[in-house]
Design a protein. Structure first.
Ligand code: IPE
Ligand code: IPE
Ligand code: MG
Length: 245
């Protein structure tokens, strides 16, 4: 199936998995895989801009990734700070607006300042929203939203929780991709992925190129999103069903 604007998901979310294995297969340190992962992300962002995707959300560091060896964790922190310093000018020229979603208080002052500057420098851009989930966990997000509502004495409803979560500024993901062959969510977007189409690729993240992205989009385009309805209902009122989803 060819890619047309109508078949491109508005919001794509990606669990960028497989950097470590990519490096290990080449007898390189794991961090070399993460560095290659940044290259792959740059390529993916440009491909999403070119295809008219509105929102790209990527999982860069999970709440559980602190359990990795200390040198890998500090290497990832360093890589984030350096990648931001290097990439933000070009991202800005490409019309990308950056958001960081996750528990920022656990990050160093230097990293936090880097995130703040990158968000400020790209705040006026409107071609693609790039959410980088860093020190993020779906459980953390639900719990922090509930705690914020409780502290303000506000009722907890689906709408109020949604609004208090880290992804309130964008609609839910249409397509959720995980690279690297594992078929699990690993605490990503637990709330927001309720009706996302899931796509699992065996490619390791550094090898996930434009063609692989197009395959995922084509697969998505062939899905029937029913949102609880029946196929017959969708065929009778396709537009109405989609609009009220
Ligand atoms: C994903 O790649 C990136 C992060 C979790 C930071 P991995 O580092 O998990 O790669 P594998 O799964 O070990 O190959
Ligand atoms: C998920 O990958 C987190 C990121 C891609 C940032 P992991 O490699 O940490 O996931 P598990 O541990 O295999 O589930
Ligand atoms: Mg992994």
């Amino acid at each position: 199936m060819s890619i047309t604007p109508a078949t491109v998901p508005h919001h794509i979310a990606i669990v960028m998995d497989g950097n470590g294995r990519w490096a290990t297969r080449r007898f390189l340190p794991r961090l070399a895989g993460h560095r290659q992962g940044v290259e792959s992300l740059r390529r993916c962002v440009r491909a999403c801009v070119a295809r008219g995707v509105g929102v790209l959300t990527v999982f860069a560091f999970s709440s559980e990734n602190w359990n990795r060896p200390a040198d890998e964790v500090s290497g990832l922190m360093d890589l984030l700070a350096k990648a931001l310093a290097r990439e933000v000018p070009q991202l800005s020229r490409d019309g990308v607006r950056l958001h960081f979603v996750g528990e920022k208080s656990a990050l160093s002052d230097k990293v936090r300042e880097g995130l703040r500057q990158a968000e400020a420098a790209t705040a006026a851009n409107d071609r693609l929203v790039l959410n980088v989930c860093f020190n993020y966990g779906g459980r953390w997000d639900i719990a922090q939203a509930a705690a914020a509502l409780a502290a303000r004495g506000e009722p907890i409803t689906e709408a109020s929780l949604h609004a208090a979560m880290g992804m309130a500024h964008v609609p839910d993901p249409d397509l959720l991709i995980r690279t690297g062959g594992e078929k699990r969510i690993s605490n990503f977007l637990l709330w927001q992925a309720a009706y996302s189409e899931l796509y699992f690729s065996d490619r390791l993240w550094p090898d996930f190129d434009e063609a692989a992205l197009d395959e995922a989009i084509a697969d998505y385009a062939a899905r029937e999103r029913r949102f609880g309805r029946t196929s017959e209902q969708l065929q009778q009122q396709p537009t109405a069903a989609r609009l009220s989803a």
